[in-house]
Design a protein around this ligand. Structure first.
Ligand SMILES: Nc1nc2c(c(=O)[nH]1)N[C@H]1C(S)=C(S)[C@@H](COP(=O)(O)O)O[C@H]1N2
Ligand SMILES: [Mo]
Length: 496
């Protein structure tokens, strides 16, 4: 029993001191974050999908809490065993420290110092366990008090170390850097929104996505903190000339502003892993073309400060679409979780092949030569966005009053545009929906269909869109893996 307490307290102290060391090093390489990151990279697809379904945007906190709980439970077991055989305890704690150090060393962004928090944690854990076990009252209860005092003191010290470490890490926060950004005026502003781009339908997705509602998808367990002063972009590989830009170089370049809807390949039929924003940035073409990419270099691999790799067809960056290195979203500098200070946005391509956040380098290469992160995990190397339509209102299983029911939602097919949306009730004839006004192919489009004569009962509504090439959204349901979901969205509603 007391062995378990000793193990737990030793682990708390080890984790607290590790937090302190990582704060002093100004590196986010605590044992918990390192092990969590290694876990994310190795998570099988079914588990990742399960976690996103169950925990949504909180999947990262759940994972970190899971790692901490596992370590603490392991430490209790080790402590109990150690009360019998000391060496099991020391070996167990040391092994935990080494596993964490191994995880830290193999992170894609690892530097030599990143193993230190875990190694120190292992050493502190072993020492604390030894001291605690030595004061464990084995024979008579006289030593009980001193053990409890010692254990309580250690736990308190662990808390203080963790708090101080956290404070030190907070210094890395890019809030000040972000507030200091003065956004330039675009040489090419976004065209004015046409009247009627936003339909007045309660419950429909707004044309622009509020920052707090904008979906977030990335593998980063802690949001990377990259200040404008530290930001650099190295463009290299199969180019006649390399170039490294700093923040001021980028800001001095002519910028464009465009409305573009971005979306995630993991979005399910009916899902909301998509958002629309007004982006400000430098056209990738104006940066890349002058460096003269070699012919045949068909892939550009972007790397981020957190080690993500994202491969984009070179053609999509040079073919005249509004591929851009973005610095602002909806009139404000990028939020840290959306890639501050610079990210890429390419209309028409899913995020995992285009939208690198916290971008620090672009390597001109070939698809044959390199598989980026998600391609290594089986996702398709080419991933244009598939035509998608969604019913936002009425909500599934909601009840509407008989008569006229407003059925509305959004549809998107970036780069091709949306030319029609149709709705049907209970597999009856398809009915043309009204489309919101639009002057770009790169955003979603709201639609509305007035369902007149809706009768009492349970009904199924279905939607399908036609893109700008005249292709009708396919009915066949396919899962997001390996290149995006297909199928018509349907909702079951009650009238009456
Ligand atoms: N550095 C980095 N960039 C990334 C990712 C990531 O995991 N790391 N995820 C990509 C994916 S899969 C998507 S869908 C978009 C999401 O962008 P958002 O979080 O701003 O909505 O970012 C892309 N850029
Ligand atoms: Mo994604």
């Amino acid at each position: 029993m007391l062995g378990g307490v000793a193990g737990l307290v030793a682990a708390l102290l080890a984790l607290g001191v590790a937090q302190l060391v990582s704060g002093l090093l100004e590196r986010p390489s605590t044992p918990v974050v390192s092990v969590g990151g290694a876990f994310v990279d190795r998570t099988p697809r079914w588990l990742k999908e399960f976690a996103i379904r169950q925990f949504g945007q909180h999947d990262k906190q759940v994972l970190l809490a899971g790692v901490i709980t596992t370590v603490l439970l392991g430490a209790v077991v080790i402590g109990v065993l150690a009360a019998r055989r000391r060496w099991i305890g020391y070996a167990g704690v040391a092994a935990l420290g080494l596993v964490a150090a191994g995880a830290a060393a193999t992170r894609p962004t690892a530097t030599a110092v990143d193993v230190l928090p875990s190694l120190v944690a292992g050493a502190v854990g072993v020492a604390a366990l030894a001291l605690l076990l030595r004061s464990t009252p084995v024979v008579h209860s006289a030593g009980r008090r001193s053990f409890l005092v010692f254990a309580g003191g250690s736990a308190a010290a662990a808390g203080v170390a963790a708090l101080v470490g956290q404070r030190l890490t907070d210094r890395l926060d890019v809030g000040a850097s972000r507030r200091a950004v003065a956004l330039p005026k675009p040489v090419s502003p976004a065209p004015a929104l046409p009247a009627g781009a936003q339909l007045a339908v309660p419950g429909i997705t707004g044309f622009y996505t509020e920052p707090r509602d904008f979906y977030r998808v990335d593998t980063a367990l802690v949001v990377p903190q990259l200040s404008t002063d530290d930001w650099k972009l190295h463009i290299h590989g199969q180019v006649a000339e390399e170039r490294t830009l700093r923040w001021d170089d980028l800001l001095a370049m002519p910028m464009i502003e465009r409305d573009i809807t971005i979306s995630c390949v993991s979005n399910e039929v009916g899902g909301n892993l998509a958002g629309n924003a007004r982006w400000l940035g430098v056209p990738v073409k104006s940066l890349l073309q002058p460096l003269r990419p070699k012919t045949g270099a068909d892939q550009v691999v972007s790397r981020s400060v957190d080690g993500m790799t994202i491969g984009t067809p070179t053609a999509a960056l040079l073919d005249g679409r509004d591929a851009m290195l973005v610095v602002a979203m909806n009139g404000e500098p990028l939020r840290p979780e959306h890639g501050f200070p610079v990210r890429m946005v390419v209309p028409g391509l899913y995020g995992y092949v285009s939208a690198c956040k916290w971008i620090t380098s672009m390597e001109v290469t070939t698809f044959a030569a390199y598989d980026p992160y998600w391609v290594q995990r089986g996702w398709k190397e080419q991933a244009p966005i598939k035509t998608f339509s969604r019913i936002d209102t009425p909500k599934p299983l909601s009840t509407s009053t008989p008569g006229t029911v407003a059925v509305g939602g959004v549809a998107w097919a970036q780069e091709r545009g949306i030319s029609a949306v149709e709705v049907r009730v209970d597999e009856g004839p398809w009915q043309k929906a009204e489309l919101a006004a639009s002057n770009t192919k790169d955003t979603w489009r709201q639609w509305l269909w007035r369902w007149t004569g809706a009768t009492s009962g349970v009904h199924t509504l279905q939607v399908r869109a036609t893109d700008g090439t005249g292709a009708v959204q396919p009915e066949k349901r396919e899962a997001p893996f390996p290149s995006g979901a297909t199928g018509w969205h349907s909702v079951v509603v009650r009238v009456g």
